[in-house]
Design a protein around this ligand. Structure first.
Ligand code: CA
Length: 414
């Protein structure tokens, strides 16, 4: 029986032609020894060598796609993103192209996936009201959970772009300095409260000019697509170091992103209005008159060693991706292709919707009961996986690429 063509997908496959996320892959078994990285587009359980397909079909985008990273495509801007997506859709759906593109697919089982773009700047926000409220209660039990600024601006910090890693990369348990509230002196050692933060990452493509703010209405002119993101966090290092300048060592050791970037155009059916705001914002952040809703209805699942531990809803985020982008640039900061910003931990109103272990276990006081034993924070060997889907056309789901990571032991022990 002939092998089924990658082009003949079961109906309703969440990675069907309506999705077409971008990644970068290499072929370990190829004559180049797996050295050559190429832009790929996922279809089902296969990846299309996009540059090779463009070349085979005489496309003007061959040089843009025959690249080792997505950065040239990111820099090309929204008109080119749409044109390339339209071309790719035709290559995988029009019968006349079948024979040309079929040999250019590879099974996902045969490829190595790489970090799909060179990360320029990395910023992380704090846009979930439920998460910020939970953390406020845990870290500042004697005061209002939300700080006075929280509903006036999307709070964020600049993170470490060089330690953004692709899904599947082991995360080495960090060591650092920590001090329990009851202790008189800080100590040094491996984190005993290693945590996750389930987030969505926004991948910036088109640059902006230094000195010019990007208005809310220009979100889609600059943001290329979304990925899943896990902002690994050391909860014992964080509270001692973060005052007054924000997170540092507790969050700079690794940030994992999915290998697939879902273009915004694939998520048009997932757009939803954000929650009603109960505090008026300044005009530059006021999205009440925008043409399109700024939220995205992404349904996220967090698994620990294969067991589902949380289902955070992205639709409930207080601040939108557009508001984060606008606030990030309002002082005149320029955007570069490959800039990445995270939404902050996604937590919903119910306990099973919390996107971090510190919330799920209430800072260790209420351990999770798993088949593999009780868990408060992560143990060596634990594997965390985030998956997600969004509503797509005709009731078909749009799958987002997973982000997974396993905890490796600390390299220093004292
Ligand atoms: Ca975070």
């Amino acid at each position: 029986m002939p092998e089924q063509s990658p082009l003949d997908l079961p109906e309703g496959d969440p990675f069907g032609p309506h999705n077409l996320p971008y990644g970068v892959f290499s072929l370990p078994g190829s004559p180049d020894g797996g050295e050559t990285r190429r832009v790929g587009v996922r279809l089902g359980a296969h990846v299309l060598d996009a540059g090779a397909a463009a070349h085979a079909l005489g496309s003007p985008y061959a040089s843009l796609l025959a690249q080792p990273t997505l950065n040239p495509l990111l820099a090309a801007g929204p008109q080119t993103w749409s044109d390339v997506r339209r071309a790719l859709t035709a290559w995988v759906t029009v019968p006349a192209h079948r024979e040309a593109v079929r040999p250019l697919f590879h099974s996902l089982a045969d490829v190595t996936l790489h970090l799909p773009f060179d990360v320029a700047d990395y910023v992380d926000f704090y846009a979930s009201e439920h998460h910020a409220t939970n953390l406020g209660r845990l870290f500042r039990p004697d005061s209002e959970p939300l700080l006075p600024n929280w509903k006036h601006l999307p709070v964020g910090y600049h993170g470490r772009a060089g330690t953004v890693v692709v899904s599947g990369t082991d995360v080495i348990r960090p060591s650092g300095q920590r001090k329990a509230p009851s202790a008189t002196e800080p100590t040094f050692g491996p984190s005993a409260k290693l945590d996750i933060e389930a987030e969505v990452g926004f991948v910036v493509g088109a640059p902006s000019e230094l000195g010019s703010a990007v208005p809310l209405s220009s979100f889609r002119d600059h943001v290329f697509g979304l990925c899943l993101l896990n902002d690994w966090s050391a909860r014992d290092i964080q509270p001692w170091e973060y005052v007054p300048l924000g997170p540092f060592v507790a969050k700079s050791f690794a940030t994992s992103v999915s290998a697939w970037i879902t273009p915004l155009e694939a998520l048009d059916h997932a757009r939803v209005a954000p929650p009603a705001r109960d505090v008026a914002v300044l005009p530059y952040l006021d999205d009440s008159a925008e043409d399109e809703p700024g939220g995205y209805d992404l349904r996220i699942t967090v698994s620990l060693n294969g067991e589902v531990i949380s289902e955070p809803p992205f639709a409930g985020m207080y601040w939108t991706g557009a508001q984060m982008l606008t606030h990030m640039t309002v002082g005149g900061a320029s955007l570069r292709p490959g800039d990445l910003y995270g939404s902050g931990t996604i937590s919903g109103p119910e306990p099973h919707m919390r996107g971090s272990l510190i919330e799920l276990t209430w800072n260790g006081a209420e351990p999770l009961e798993l088949p593999t034993g009780k868990r408060t924070f992560l143990e060596d060997g634990d594997e965390i996986t985030l998956t997600a889907w969004a509503p797509g056309p005709d009731g078909i789901r749009v799958g987002l690429g997973e982000v997974t990571g396993r905890i490796a032991p600390a390299r220093t022990t004292d």
